[in-house]
Design a protein around this ligand. Structure first.
Ligand SMILES: [Mg+2]
Length: 340
């Protein structure tokens, strides 16, 4: 085993724990390794549990996100994991590491953003913990949700021949982050505000996840937090399948493509490996493809895009204009290393 975190990689760290933790509880349906853990409350109800942490200078820079936006985002990234299982979020617990220089006004704004989002999604804040932090703020949220056992969607159900679909544009958040960090004057242009908002104010697709799960239309689902290639790789690993992505079908926004071009960046990099888009990525049987597109559009006004097909060969390949691209799966890894 590698002896440092850099070599182990984020997913190596997760494996370190998941291999040793052998849940003994008879009510455990799913432990480590999906968007949420799943716990059987009764034959009629499963409890979903997820936890996600935002660390200053790793996930956000204090000067570039308002406390209200940060409060909303802290909850939204967790709601997105509940959405990925097809669940309904219900309750949240907030643990915070706060630095001594923090003004109470900052915390009030953060609270208001979080509670405003909680109200929109019918989530109750029920508790948490507060500790002192030395240099960087930390916000860690645990969210509970529920689902009907026969509507649970995991990462593990994709089958060869399934269509791979995305419920929105990818790459906007990475483009927005690029704008923020480059401090380019372009960030003030009206057309690019959408990219910055995609990064600072993501939307969890809870209603969409519920719709797909309740109609039993999808075989596997995940939310795009680390990038399409990396998150699709999680589905492929859990389902023991591979995937062919048609890069030319990737839903990239006009603004992201335009910005990429002016910055000399391949927009495919943002679309395939940019993280934090928080759109749902899911697989479905070929004969469900049109039904999904129609019902997402008519019931929620959400456009869904087909980006590829699940294969048998346990590899992820990306094709553009008939040519297979040479891409190692990228995406965000907190401890980049051999197991990424
Ligand atoms: Mg997730």
């Amino acid at each position: 085993m590698p002896d440092d975190l850099q070599q182990l990689g984020e997913f190596g760290v997760i494996e370190l724990f998941s291999q040793a933790a052998k849940p003994a509880g008879s009510r455990v349906v799913l432990g480590i390794g999906d968007d949420c853990a799943v716990w059987r409350v009764s034959e009629a109800e499963y409890l979903l549990v997820t936890t996600d942490m935002l660390v200053e200078r790793v996930h956000f820079l204090r000067e570039y996100i308002t406390p209200r936006q940060l409060g909303r985002k802290t909850l939204m990234v967790n709601l997105s994991d509940i959405a990925a299982m097809g669940g309904q979020p219900t309750a949240a617990f907030l643990a915070m590491g706060l630095t001594a220089d923090l003004k109470s006004e900052y915390l009030t704004e953060f609270r208001d953003g979080l509670l405003e989002c909680a109200l929109e999604y019918n989530v109750d804040l029920l508790g948490g913990d507060t500790v002192a932090a030395q240099a960087d703020m930390v916000f860690c949220l645990t969210v509970l949700g529920v689902t009907n056992p026969d509507q649970l969607v995991t990462r593990a159900g994709a089958r060869p021949g399934d269509r791979i679909m995305l419920a929105g544009f990818v790459g906007d958040s990475a483009a927005g982050l690029h704008l923020i960090l480059s401090k380019s004057a372009k960030r003030l242009e009206h057309g690019y505000q959408k990219l910055i908002r995609a990064h600072l104010e993501p939307q969890a697709q809870v209603a969409l996840g519920r719709l797909l799960a309740s109609k039993k239309l999808v075989s596997a689902m995940i939310d795009v937090s680390d990038g399409v290639e990396q998150d699709l790789a999680h589905i492929c690993r859990a389902s023991a399948v591979g995937a062919d992505i048609q890069a030319d079908s990737l839903p990239l926004s006009k603004q992201a493509c335009q910005l990429a071009k002016s910055a000399g960046i391949d927009p495919l990099d943002w679309g395939l490996s940019g993280g934090e888009d928080f759109v749902l990525l899911f697989c479905c049987a070929e004969d469900k493809e049109d039904q999904i597109k129609n019902c997402c559009l008519t019931e929620l006004g959400t456009q869904v895009f087909t980006i590829g097909t699940i294969t048998e060969d346990k590899k992820i390949r990306v094709n553009s204009q008939g040519v297979w691209l040479d891409r190692a799966a990228k995406g965000y890894d907190h401890f980049p290393g051999s197991l990424a």
